[in-house]
Design a protein around this ligand. Sequence first.
Ligand code: PLP
Length: 480
Amino acid sequence: MTDVSGLTSSAYQQALEVIASVEPRIADATRAELADQRASLKLIASENYASPAVLMTMGTWFSDKYAEGTVGHRFYAGCQNVDTVESLAAEHARALFGAEYAYVQPHSGIDANLVAFWSILAHRVEGPWLQKAEKKNVNELTEEDWESLRRELGNQRLLGMSLDAGGHLTHGFRPNISGKMFHQNQYGTDPETGLLDYDAVAAKVKEFKPLVLVAGYSAYPRRVNFAKMREIADSVGATLMVDMAHFAGLVAGKVFTGDEDPVPHAHLVTTTTHKSLRGPRGGMVLATEEYAPSVDRGCPMVLGGPLSHVMAAKAVAFAEARQDSFRTYAQNVADNAKSLADGLMKRGTKLVTDGTDNHIVLLDVSGYGLTGRQAESALLEAGVVTNRNSVPADPNGAWYTSGVRIGTPALTTRGFGHDEFDNVAELITQVLSNTQPGTTKAGTPSKASYVLGDGVADKVKAASAEMLDKHPLYPGLDLA
Ligand SMILES: *Cc1c(COP(=O)(O)O)cnc(C)c1O
């Protein structure tokens, strides 16, 4: 590839001058954010660093264009260039994932899931209802018809992975709309091993008979057999929807193939584009031909006008992910997660499922006498950015938790390898083993406050800085 780091540097310097001429504080905050990201050990499993090409694509006049509808069928005039952008993004996505159909408009992962849910309801509930009522379309419905259709739509069942087993809140969790618009139920993991128990999922599906079976996760450190999940869905005629928001990069990079690749097995696959896939902040739905027409109605059914500048950046990111170098990246993400997990276990940290075979490592910090909240805060004080997370059957609930979730996509993008991740495990161990639970002002035990040993934060920060300096973020980009 052409080296464009010099160009990148001058482009950003000039862009920041333009921004500063209107609101200098935003230019300053933008500079400060780069400095912070460069200086921290970013282990948040859902974050990454997009390329300058992806980032720059988002900063253009495509942002100014309205383009509700689909390619060639817009509710606005003058969309020929948006059509080019959306077609290219979809074409790259189909090729990258081997999907029959790709819908690249969703603004985020949650939006992609909403599109998928309503597509399933449209295809499996509204369509058959209209047919049975002998109505050509919804324009022919009386008030009474509407009442009946609404009742049908609002009476469907969804089964997803529970939040504390690693599922996502959009998979039927009560505070999210998915837990309100569906009768929801959940499957968990084996309490002993922390692993998915397919027989238990199959039994639950047989008993609950969901319309939608959701697979996929945000905090499960293992691979899923999607061929099995499809078999289970088929046993009751359920639609299998896989949310690969977290691990799309491992699918794109062919680390997950065969039964572990959701695309050939699911009716619909939803994803974000900014996590392990390393694109712009956004979402996408992949579908079989059968579901494509209802997915296409995503905007304006549940989505506002598409973000054309972000669809353009998706096209650039997917083009990057189709290069051989992305396969190497994805394999490194998984290899590095193993190094990190092994490094933590050999130093005495308990991991949920005793390891990983994806990009996620989930620490159970109860062995250190800490809550997830205390561990997260102590690590942050030492410049290690993670997030607290429930562990299966967590005694500390979803707020304080007993776990810390970390992942390798971001630091792998910076070029960290086995030795660095082993060293990261050492630094995490130093922080956790030198942290004590704190007390409240009244002197009673607290689940939030903590005491980090003297000098530990500085020592860990210095050791991190040494590694981070060797693997600069956006090398050559100089804003001085
Ligand atoms: C992150 C995530 C989402 C939500 O993505 P947003 O872009 O934040 O809306 C949905 N599902 C899963 C499984 C995720 O991990």
